[in-house]
Design a binder for this molecule. Structure first.
Ligand SMILES: O=C(O)C1CCN(c2ccc(-c3cc(CO)ccc3Cl)cn2)CC1
Length: 324
């Protein structure tokens, strides 16, 4: 008793900003960005917020899943860039698509958000209480990036993607390994909100944008992603030949090459689309998943096993294996 991924979908804002475009407003170059990150361009929203990107992805997922919004029992949106603290971005999606029978909430686990949200949704479906659930990863990173800081401004993009979970007898869930370490929270911080009131005496200083200790996160990822891939494969009794594809958070292509070597799995197993999207945080894995489905590089209903792994702010890291 559980669920299957019965549909995928994604949406990227229309506006494409290339590395050369960026070199016109900050001291950077296409050569540096593409060589060091693998990024060539990214989609940057003009006026669509995270709930708008999410809703457009959601409508595509409903269409691909051949169900109406009214059939959804719940919607989970994984995001670190919500439209607001309240209402949740998931509730805004509910209104925009007309999911009148769903209960909706957000999850914030930065770039691991989609993995945490998919795990949450799959285990909710294992309760047998629900027929359809939608899991979305979505970000407007462009609103938290410090556009004066070239070391981070060139890395991030906007976008949304997600999956439809449909109740079935045989479950698509194979294994998961989810971790976090709040002790290293300073490595990636975005938009702090200090205590402030007539009776307060908080000495906290606010930070109204994203800062990242790139070296620290890079080193963390090179160490922790190989071990979480091995951990989740062990938990699922999987051998290397069992994996059809690895969908890793699209943070940096050099990093994926290093992870592939360290975990001794061929780089061909790692799907990448960072060249055209940049780092879209919680949206990166579901965007990649839908693109692979659309190009038939992977197919739903085949029982093929895919491993999804996210890692980033928190620090958080996680991996989940599902059979498609
Ligand atoms: O000098 C260079 O080569 C620089 C070195 C620093 N770089 C980094 C560093 C960290 C990340 C990153 C970010 C997140 C947040 O989603 C998660 C996971 C990672 Cl590994 C991405 N790029 C860019 C190239």
């Amino acid at each position: 008793l559980g669920s299957k991924i019965s549909a995928t979908g994604h949406y990227l804002p229309e506006q494409i900003i290339t590395n050369d475009d960026l070199s016109k407003i900050m001291d950077t170059s296409d050569e540096w960005i593409s060589k060091r990150t693998g990024i060539r361009s990214r989609h940057i929203s003009k006026d669509e917020n995270t709930s708008d990107l999410s809703s457009k992805a959601a409508l595509r997922i409903l269409q691909n899943g051949n169900i109406t919004a009214g059939q959804l029992d719940f919607i989970i949106v994984a995001t670190m860039t919500p439209d607001a603290l309240s209402p949740s971005t998931a509730c805004l999606v509910q209104e925009k698509i007309g999911a009148v029978n769903a209960f909706c909430f957000d999850i914030n686990a930065a770039c691991t958000g989609f993995v945490y949200a998919l795990s949450t949704g799959l285990h909710m479906m294992q309760s047998g209480l629900y027929q359809y659930g939608m899991i979305i990863g979505a970000e407007t990173m462009s609103k938290v990036v410090n556009w004066e800081d070239r070391s981070t401004a060139v890395l991030f993009g906007d976008g949304a993607g997600g999956v439809l979970l449909e109740r079935t007898e045989d479950d698509c869930f194979v294994a998961e390994a989810l971790h976090s370490d709040g002790g290293r929270h300073m490595a990636l911080v975005a938009n702090t909100m200090k205590v402030e009131n007539p009776y307060g005496d908080s000495s906290q200083e606010d930070q109204a944008f994203l800062t990242m200790d790139g070296r620290a996160i890079f080193d963390f990822a090179i160490r922790s992603v190989p071990s979480i891939i091995r951990e989740v494969m062990e938990k699922g009794n999987l051998s290397d030949g069992d994996l059809k594809k690895i969908l890793a958070h699209q943070a940096n292509v050099r990093l994926l090459e290093a992870i592939s070597k360290k975990v001794k799995l061929p780089f061909s197993l790692f799907a990448t689309n960072i060249a055209e999207t940049g780092n879209t945080s919680a949206a990166s894995i579901p965007i990649l998943l839908d693109q692979l489905v659309q190009t038939k590089e992977i197919q739903l209903g085949t029982k093929d096993k895919v491993l999804m792994t996210g890692f980033g702010g928190g620090l958080t890291w996680g991996a989940i294996v599902v059979s498609l």
